[in-house]
Write a protein that binds this ligand. Sequence first.
Ligand SMILES: [Zn+2]
Length: 203
Amino acid sequence: MVGIVVRIAILDRSQSRVKVIRGDMARALIIVDFQNDFTPGGALPVPDGDQISERINELAASGEFDLVVATRDWHPPEHGSFATSGGPWPQHCVAGSDGAQLHSSLDQRRVDVVIDKGQDPDTEGYSGFEGTGLERMLRDRGIDEVAICGLATDYCVKNTAIDALRAGFRVCVDERGIRGVDVHPGDCKRAIGEMREAGAVIG
Ligand SMILES: [Zn+2]
């Protein structure tokens, strides 16, 4: 049975912005790979990757989410995505290393659950749903909709969003809360187009 979703937008004068009053929807925020190695100074920095911290913290503290999840890229030292193993990327986010820790600007008091991904040496592990218990956990908690932010737009954000849609969740991607790599100029723009085409709301 398809549930009826009631959404009423009202002006919340205290915050001078439109606030969404939810019906019985349960929402999760997924913060993708906001880790030291993906921010300036790290092993695989996303340009301005640290600039999203304020937005991420704002989302996490907004009270609009029933659950806040942070994913971490968490690779074995010989992961197949590393150049040393024939992959496209320099070694990054090796499990337990400083580079793999969540960025210090993230207010971790707002994070309910940390999901480690990319642990299988033979798969890319771009998506937070790949080889993890994320889908099960969201279902167990009755989550209907996920909002996605984090790094990087054209890899792990994109793949996480598309897998969430495939799994049947409603997906919003927070455009102010993401940054991308753009290895090929236009990759981020294309990634946003792909997510939208797959059914994500980009906002
Ligand atoms: Zn990785």
